[in-house]
Design a protein around this ligand. Structure first.
Ligand SMILES: Cc1cc2nc3c(=O)[nH]c(=O)nc-3n(C[C@H](O)[C@H](O)[C@H](O)COP(=O)(O)OP(=O)(O)OC[C@H]3O[C@@H](n4cnc5c(N)ncnc54)[C@H](O)[C@@H]3O)c2cc1C
Length: 256
């Protein structure tokens, strides 16, 4: 795939072609790995001109068995890190099969960055994610750790089972790197007797635990439309002002 010219599927400009929308750049895959039984991550060489804020999204264009295809995709890492990273929940779509098959040296195209789902560096943060929705929140946590931001950050992270916790080791490493960062895990499925954290869906109790002793936090919610809407309602019922809730909706997971 790497030597094939990538056709422009959406937007902008690659080489001399301009088609409107965000600017596109080619990038080489440097690593490709399975994270959990149903998720997969890639890292890309960061193009020199590419700047973004923690953590915007891009359109990620791949060559699939059915031709060139593109999806909006959150960056899963901080601008302070060496590479760009993406992680997806796998499916049978041509796009996801092409994503999982990427190997070092393959070429993709990145259009962006886009969006304003960006960490406020001055206010305490409560990050809330389910499953693969953690991608932009991991980028925010990395940024806060690398920049030694003086703000407390709590991540409330819900997964079905222990083996499906995306970036578990990376999040634990961030807790060690940044004593102001803490992960509050919960499992919605059956938990092993050794599981020491919460069980059940994210509810008021867990949200209050996350926000305890935080002065005027911003809430960042990321995930499927159903999850984001559910959390939004819960936070509003808890009296959180609309302006203090930032959301990233992973449209495309509309059945969830
Ligand atoms: C801002 C943003 C950030 C995202 N970040 C991530 C991420 O980090 N990781 C991740 O796994 N996913 C992310 N997504 C979702 C991603 O773009 C895909 O939609 C999703 O992964 C499903 O892809 P698929 O190939 O499995 O679905 P498919 O099987 O191809 O699609 C299922 C159905 O949804 C429709 N559809 C697919 N994508 C979209 C879309 N974006 N908008 C509207 N309809 C759509 C298809 O036409 C089809 O009908 C993000 C979405 C947005 C909007």
């Amino acid at each position: 795939m790497s030597s094939e010219p990538i056709r422009v599927g959406i937007g902008p400009r690659i080489g001399s072609r301009r088609m409107g929308g965000p600017t596109g750049v080619r990038a080489q895959v440097v690593s490709s790995r399975q994270l959990t039984p149903t998720t997969h991550a890639i890292e890309l060489e960061k193009p020199k001109s590419f700047m973004f804020r923690p953590t915007q999204f891009t359109f990620l264009q791949l060559l699939t068995a059915a031709g060139v295809d593109v999806r909006p995709m959150s960056l899963a890492t901080s601008p302070t890190r060496r590479h760009l990273e993406y992680a997806v929940r796998l499916s049978e779509s041509f796009y996801k099969r092409a994503f999982a098959a990427l190997r070092p040296g393959d070429e993709v195209a990145v259009f962006g960055p886009i969006g304003d789902f960006v960490l406020n560096e001055k206010r305490p943060a409560v990050l809330i994610a389910g499953g693969i929705g953690v991608t932009p929140l991991k980028g925010m946590a990395e940024y806060a750790a690398d920049r030694a931001l003086p703000i407390p950050i709590r991540l409330v992270y819900s997964n079905g089972s222990e083996d499906e916790i995306v970036y578990r080791d990376e999040l634990a490493a961030l807790e060690r790197q940044n004593t102001r960062f803490r992960v509050i895990h919960t499992l919605t499925g059956t938990a092993a007797p050794t599981w020491q954290a919460a069980t059940g869906r994210v509810d008021r109790t867990l949200l209050r635990q996350a926000a305890r002793n935080l002065a005027n936090p911003v809430y960042y919610v990321s995930g499927t439309p159903r999850m984001v809407v559910g959390m939004w309602r819960l936070l509003r019922e808890e009296g959180v002002p609309e302006d203090d809730i930032q959301v990233e909706v992973f449209r495309g997971y509309s059945q969830d």
